[in-house]
Design a protein around this ligand. Structure first.
Ligand SMILES: [Zn+2]
Length: 307
């Protein structure tokens, strides 16, 4: 009897092991839909970046994994698959998706074609009027709400410049005469200086967004996001300064604006920015463009302030 129980336990344990490695990417889509913030989504075990990192390790001892990965990916619709686009194209995952990569890429291409068509009728036959306003930055300044008048908006873009998207964004902004604020990442600025120069030349605000995009604040949320360890004050300052310096080195100037990755700041870092007369920019509406959803849904959601 004891022996039998032992045997059963072994079978259950084996079954659990096998289940653990069976990819279920539908779960990723659900977690993505439920996530309330980008930070929550990025730190999730279900984020494709984190899943594939795990699978690259697991593949070393499990040659069956690519077949299962493909099976699960092929079940997703275009919107769900869009969450995995970067991982499908990432060279380090080539072996994991070798049998389905071409099919998936075709599905994604078709999905984006349909998405593009859905907003093709949106005409851009209007122009924005830009308004400039001076603020006293000497005591520190954090923009979140109350900074815009009715029917006025400030457009901001983080994490660039990106060789594909930023030029497209600049083309569209140009068509409607809009000026936007860019919160740029140091290494990307240094990698694509021409895009930074183009944006500055076209009159956009060039602020910064750190070197590493680590969560900078000394608080439990950031500690969790950074793998359990919060950044020290000195590390955060170095990261913030590095991003600002990269813009300065590329353009010969940097505008006095900074955005904390994930919007997470703490009093000591806020004081630091104040001492340098650099304004901190938060947001009232988040496009949540990291969520898997069709363009029409995205457009509907950004007309609702998220607080
Ligand atoms: Zn960011």
């Amino acid at each position: 009897m004891i022996k039998l129980a032992g045997f059963l336990t072994l079978i259950v344990a084996l079954a659990a092991c096998t289940n653990k490695s069976a990819p279920d990417f539908q779960k990723t889509v659900i977690v993505n839909k439920k996530a309330k913030t980008y930070l929550e989504w990025e730190a999730s075990d279900e984020n494709p970046k984190n899943i594939f990192k795990k699978y690259r390790e697991e593949y070393k001892t499990n040659p069956e994994l690519p077949k299962k990965v493909c099976e699960s990916l092929l079940k997703l619709d275009g919107s769900g698959l869009s969450l995995f686009e970067e991982e499908i194209n990432f060279y380090e995952n080539a072996a994991l998706v070798k049998d389905c990569r071409e099919t998936l890429k075709k599905s994604l291409e078709e999905y984006w074609q349909v998405q593009k068509k859905s907003i093709e009728d949106t005409t851009l036959n209007f122009k924005f009027q830009t308004r400039k306003e001076k603020r006293d930055l000497s005591k520190g300044y954090r923009a979140k709400t109350g900074d815009v008048a009715l029917k006025e908006l400030i457009l901001t873009f983080d994490d660039g410049p990106d060789p594909t998207y930023t030029n497209r964004i600049l083309d569209i902004l140009g068509m409607v005469d809009a000026k936007a604020m860019f919160f740029l990442m140091g290494p990307k600025v240094l990698a694509t200086p021409d895009i930074v120069k183009r944006a500055a030349h076209e009159g956009h605000i060039m602020g910064s967004h750190t070197m590493t995009h680590h969560c900078q604040a000394n608080n439990p949320i950031c500690a969790k996001a950074n793998g359990g360890v919060a950044m020290t004050y000195e590390q955060a300052i170095m990261d913030i300064r590095g991003g600002h310096q990269a813009v300065y080195d590329t353009l010969g100037f940097v505008d006095p604006f900074f955005r904390f990755p994930y919007g997470e700041s703490d009093p000591s870092l806020t004081d630091y920015l104040a001492s340098k007369q650099v304004a901190q920019f938060h947001w009232t509406v988040e496009s949540e463009d990291w969520k898997a959803r069709p363009n029409e849904e995205l457009l509907a959601s950004i007309s609702q302030p998220s607080g």
